[in-house]
Design a protein around this ligand. Structure first.
Ligand SMILES: [Zn+2]
Length: 103
């Protein structure tokens, strides 16, 4: 009796951990191939593509391979801008932490 209860708890814990891992995966942004599209589009965590043509994408996303010819051109451009913005933000943050700028 006690033993089976323990197993139940362990099983629940395992399920919860797996679910959390899956959530983390779908939350990550990356390239995905929506139905009916010949090109891969870059999807944000909220499931919107950077070119705004597709939304609610919940399937697997691939990280990297940003310059592939199979990627949507609009998404590629938007991703480049996004990365530049992130780098600039990061740089500002570093400077701010060193006390060199006041935001
Ligand atoms: Zn796109």
């Amino acid at each position: 009796m006690v033993e089976s209860l323990k197993e139940k708890i362990l099983e629940n814990l395992r399920k919860r951990t797996m679910r959390r891992k899956r959530n983390q995966m779908s939350k990550k942004e990356g390239w995905g191939l929506p139905q009916g599209s010949k090109k891969a589009h870059y999807f944000l965590e909220n499931g919107m593509s950077l070119c705004n043509k597709y939304g609610f994408y919940r399937a697997e996303k691939e990280q990297g391979n940003d310059d592939s010819n199979d990627n949507c051109t609009a998404c590629k451009k938007a991703l480049k801008r996004k990365r530049e913005r992130e780098q600039a933000d990061q740089r500002l943050k570093e400077l701010d932490e060193k006390g060199k700028v006041n935001l």
